[in-house]
Design a protein around this ligand. Structure first.
Ligand SMILES: [Cu+2]
Length: 112
């Protein structure tokens, strides 16, 4: 019984390690995401990091987000939508109004 369990575990481990994650092709894209403070940066970058996105860096001064993502794994529109669902406007998706309403006062970038 222990041997079977060990075998199953090794197989699962092997399957997890042998995923061809390293030979994915990544591209970089920069687009506008409106926000106002450091908390926005955390929220925006967290929302942008959906599966298939390797890195997401938001620039507060420029109101722009640079993402490195694998087009074979994720559509860039899905990234826009995820950010919009968190309450932030991108140049292609309007931030969800209910989510925007729940943002703390310092993050109300539309009311400035
Ligand atoms: Cu903020």
């Amino acid at each position: 019984m222990k041997k079977i369990l060990f075998f199953a575990l090794s197989l699962a481990l092997f399957a997890a390690c042998s995923k061809p994650a390293s030979n994915l092709t990544y591209v970089s894209d920069t687009f506008t995401v409106n926000g106002s403070c450091g908390m926005c940066k955390t929220n925006i970058e967290k929302a942008a990091k959906i599966p298939g996105v390797a890195t997401a860096v938001w620039n507060q001064k420029a109101n722009s987000l640079t993402v490195k993502y694998a087009p074979s794994k994720v559509d860039i529109m899905a990234v826009h939508k995820s950010i919009a669902a968190a309450g932030y406007d991108t140049d292609k998706a309007h931030g969800d109004d209910a989510a925007y309403g729940k943002l703390p006062g310092c993050c109300k970038y539309r009311d400035k």
